[in-house]
Every structure is written in C-alpha cells, then in structure tokens.
Design a protein around this ligand. Structure first.
Ligand code: GTP
Length: 357
C-alpha cells in the first residue's frame, strides 16, 4: 500500500426523486450549468491533486463510461465498477476494494455540490489518525438528513439518520475519508447502507470517527428543487466548480441556442444547445436541457425542461419538471411541483396542475 489517495464516487442510485429526468440518464449525469453534474465533482477531485478515481455504478452504467472514458481529458485515471444489482451506499464502497491502490480512500456521494476543502479534509483525517473522517455541514432543517453530534474534540458520537427531533444541526455531508481496512471490512455479497449500518457499527466497535465541519457551499441535488437551485448557483458563481472557471453570470446560453432579443433570462438559468426561446418569454432560475423550446410570452421559473420538450406560448411553469419530448400547448399553467412525463402531450387551454402528478 502507498500514501496515494484513491477517490471513489458513488453514482449507482436510481434517482427516483428526480424522475422523470432520471429515466433517460442517471442523476449524476444530468446537465447542470451545461455539464453533466459529475464533471463538476470530478474537476474538484482533479483540482485536489487526486488522480485515481473509481466510479461505483449500477443504474445505466454505460452512460458514465461513454462520456468520461478513461478520464484522461480531466487529467484523471478513471475506472468503473458495475454492481449487477445495487449494493447500497456501503456495499458499493466495499465492492471497489480490489481497485484501491493506496491506504486512504476519499469517498463521495455523486450528487453533492460542495465547496469542501478536500486537502484540508484529508489532513484532518491524517492528523487524527482516524479510521473514518466525515465532512459535516450545518443545515436549517436537519431532520431530512443524517444528524451527527460530535464532542469537543470533533469526534463523532452518534449517527441519527432522518431523526424527527434532531439533537444538532450538523449533518453528514456525503463526503468521507476511510482508512483502507475499513473499506475491506464491509460485508460482501449483499446490500449495505453506510449511513444505517457501517457508521453505527464502527461506532459501536470503538472506531475513531472524526468530523470535519465547515461552512462552505453545500447542497444535495437529490430533489427537483435542489437540482434547479444547485445548477443556478453554479451559473451564478455561488457554488464553486473548477469546470466553469470564468463562465459564470445571470444565465448560461450554450452554443446553438436561439434566444429572442426581447426574452429575459435570469437567476442562473441554463439554456441548452439548440434551445429556442421566443419573444417576450421570461426564464428564471431554470435548467433547459438541449433542444427545449419556450413559446412567446411564456414564463418559466425554477423549473427543469427535458430534452426537446416544448412549452407553448403564454404558458406559466413554476417549480415544474417536464420530461423529454413532452409537448405543452398554449396557456398551460403548471405549479408547485408538477411533473409531466416524457412524451406527454398537453393540449392548448388553461390546464392548471398544482400538485405532483
Ligand atoms: P433517490 O432514489 O432519489 O433517493 O436517489 P439515489 O438513488 O441517488 O439515492 P441517494 O440520493 O440516497 O444516494 C446518494 C448517492 O449514493 C448517490 O450519488 C447515488 O448515486 C449513490 N447510491 C445510492 N445507492 C447506491 C447503490 O446501491 N450503489 C451505488 N454504486 N451507488 C449508490
């Protein structure tokens, strides 16, 4: 074993909360600020001087390898491990053990957008000579996350997954450093949850689990609301990504898109390649995948428009998710988390959706 650090990125989840967007691509490959989300994470890993990266895949594995290949274009040595059936977050970590080269493993949930200082996280792990070090962040509502209380020496005391009465606002931020023997001790041949089984088991066994708490940018892009907000923050330059250096602003219009001069784009909107935005349209804080079109005077706020979908003139979309190739006629109103399945056709009229459906 050597002092080389391996990075492992967990990208095998089904991304059910982001359906229907994740029907055609895994969540880490959805375009955010014009690039597959994973590009932002991989560029951070490369920026931290780490070369060897293993992707733990399961759902639609070829989408990753077709796009990133051997990783050379990012300056990385990229490998893929495919789970026949999903092994869960812990099982996926154990499943890459044969590919590890060093004695320290930096592990990422593949859907987290973060400004965590990776060299500082690794240094914190080494200084404590810990078995595991967790990146923690503070959130306003910890009940939806894994709560992680610590003592005055920043040693982890407990893991309280999705506790309705959280004892702290510190949560598991989805980036971990594992000493290699911890990876090798994860049971094989069955699904394991790192949050519900590995971490509590390690604590019970007296392992040294350290915490690295910071207040840098952090967002888990697992829901449509977080996905659009994260993409917008990347475009606005609020979320850090070396992959976007020098390309941030109110909106990002990719080559081949056509935006009428009277249309207004703001709030970190991304307009994908080949999109058409007609006169008077207003698009705010939204993500338009390649080839989507927005009709005259339509309003699109905090929404995701799938590939080649069409939004008719005078329509209003707020907090909506539209699947690939869906066609929305004129004067349609979709609000509060409405989701339209791919290829659905909503004809002209004052159709109004206000709940998931
Ligand atoms: P939801 O279905 O919406 O909860 O999304 P998800 O399937 O991505 O699950 P979650 O957000 O909890 O996963 C956190 C990270 O772990 C994501 O980057 C997933 O891709 C990854 N992940 C989750 N389960 C597995 C698994 O069984 N195998 C692998 N390799 N990765 C996983």
């Amino acid at each position: 074993m050597t002092s080389e650090v391996d990075a492992v990125v967990l990208v095998g989840g089904l991304g059910t909360r982001l359906r229907p967007l994740t029907l055609s691509a895994p969540k880490p490959m959805l375009p955010t600020a014009g690039l597959p989300f994973l590009s932002h994470l991989l560029s951070r890993i490369a920026g931290a001087g780490i070369k060897h990266v293993v992707l733990g895949t399961s759902y639609q594995p070829a989408v990753f390898s077709d796009y990133f290949g051997d990783g050379a274009s990012l300056g990385l040595d990229l490998e893929y491990v495919v789970e026949e059936s999903p092994l869960g977050t812990g099982g996926a970590i154990g499943n890459v053990r044969d590919r590890l080269r060093g004695d320290t493993v930096l592990i990422f949930n593949g859907d987290v957008l973060s400004g965590c200082d990776l060299p500082a996280l690794l240094a914190c792990h080494a200084d404590r000579d810990a078995d595991v070090t967790l990146h923690l962040t503070r959130v306003l509502d910890p009940s939806a996350f894994g709560c992680v209380p610590t003592d005055e020496t920043a040693r982890v005391l407990d893991f309280l997954e999705k506790d309705p009465n959280p004892v702290t606002d510190q949560i598991n931020a989805g980036t971990y450093v594992f000493a290699r023997p911890v990876v090798e001790a994860i049971p094989t041949g069955r699904a394991v949850s790192v949050e519900r089984e590995t971490f509590p088991g390690l604590l019970q066994a007296g392992a040294v689990i350290g915490a690295y708490l910071d207040d840098t940018y952090w967002r888990d892009l697992g829901t449509p609301a977080d996905f659009v907000a994260g993409s917008a923050d990347l475009v606005l330059g609020l979320a850090p990504s070396p992959a976007l250096a020098g390309r941030t602003g109110e909106s990002l219009v990719l080559p081949g898109a056509s935006v009428h001069p009277t249309a207004r784009l703001s709030g970190g909107t991304t307009i994908g390649a080949g999109c058409v935005i007609a006169a008077g349209a207003v698009v705010t804080g939204s993500v338009l995948f390649d080839g989507a079109s927005v009709g005259a005077n339509a309003v699109v706020e905090r929404s995701v428009l799938g590939r080649q979908c069409e939004v008719g003139e005078d329509s209003v979309l707020r907090d909506a998710v539209i699947g690939d190739h869906a066609v929305l006629g004129r004067r349609i109103e979709l609000l509060a988390g409405a989701r339209v399945w791919p290829e659905a056709i909503l004809s002209d009229g004052s159709i109004r959706f206000s709940t998931d459906g």
